[in-house]
Design a protein around this ligand. Structure first.
Ligand code: AMP
Length: 219
């Protein structure tokens, strides 16, 4: 299974990618997580990436393509992968097509997760994450705050700096202007399925699995 997840910030790509990766036994490759690891490591690149991320902007294409090339070329991705957060621009999608050619990847599916901006703003305002495992929680639904401990591992919780309201508005603007054109790109290739991300995690997950089964049985 080679799956590419596209959708606005906060639509549930990370949550669904983790569930699918576990279910399908393939690695979850999140470019946002890879960048956050570089930020946490305090490297020169991490510092530059943090200022770009906190402004709600995109890290330059050539850097992102290099990161994804390394991840997809590694043996652990040879049997399949779930790519979350890449591509985000048409040039990134074109570079990915070249990389797929190079790696001999001929079949893949693009999952487009949809939600409206109001719901996104509400969800991201409530999103907290576990610093140890990257697990995602919702303050409202899970009844916890960033001051509590992770209900799963007991580790510290935090709110992402780029989940502040003004940054979220900029991330949404960038999504609509730069990432949304990818939907036409992949729709034209006939590889895209679309799922409504406004429903609960379980319902969205079930719907994705049904559509992926359809794709696999018709290929
Ligand atoms: P995410 O965790 O996917 O929401 O990504 C967090 C931030 O990392 C984004 O807002 C961007 O600043 C940066 N980022 C992640 N993936 C990419 C990408 N494919 N291209 C450019 N910037 C990215």
């Amino acid at each position: 299974m080679r799956l590419i997840l596209i959708g606005p910030p906060g639509v549930g790509k990370g949550t669904q990618a983790k569930l699918l990766a576990e279910h399908l036994g393939v690695p979850h490759i999140s470019t946002g997580d890879l960048l956050r690891s570089a930020v946490a490591a305090g490297t020169q690149f991490g510092k530059r990436a943090k200022s770009i991320m906190d402004a709600g902007q995109l890290v330059p294409d050539d850097i992102m393509v290099g990161i994804v090339r390394d991840s997809l070329s590694s043996p652990r991705a040879a049997g399949g992968f779930i790519l979350d957060g890449f591509p985000r621009t048409v040039p990134q999608a074109e570079a990915l097509a070249g990389l797929f050619d190079h790696l001999g990847v001929r079949t893949y599916t693009v999952l487009n997760l949809e939600a409206d901006d109001e719901e996104i703003i509400r969800r991201l305002g409530n999103r907290i994450m576990c610093r140890n495992e990257g697990k995602i929680f919702n303050q409202e639904m899970d009844g916890i705050t960033a001051r509590d401990q992770c209900p799963s591992c007991g580790g510290p919780l935090y709110q992402r700096d780029d989940d502040r309201a003004e940054t979220v508005r900029e991330r949404l603007r960038v999504y609509h202007s730069t990432t949304q054109p990818l939907l036409d790109y992949y729709d034209g290739k006939g590889v895209m399925i679309t799922v409504d991300g406004m429903n609960s995690i379980d319902i969205v997950n079930r719907e994705i699995q049904i559509l992926l089964n359809d794709v696999q049985s018709s290929s």
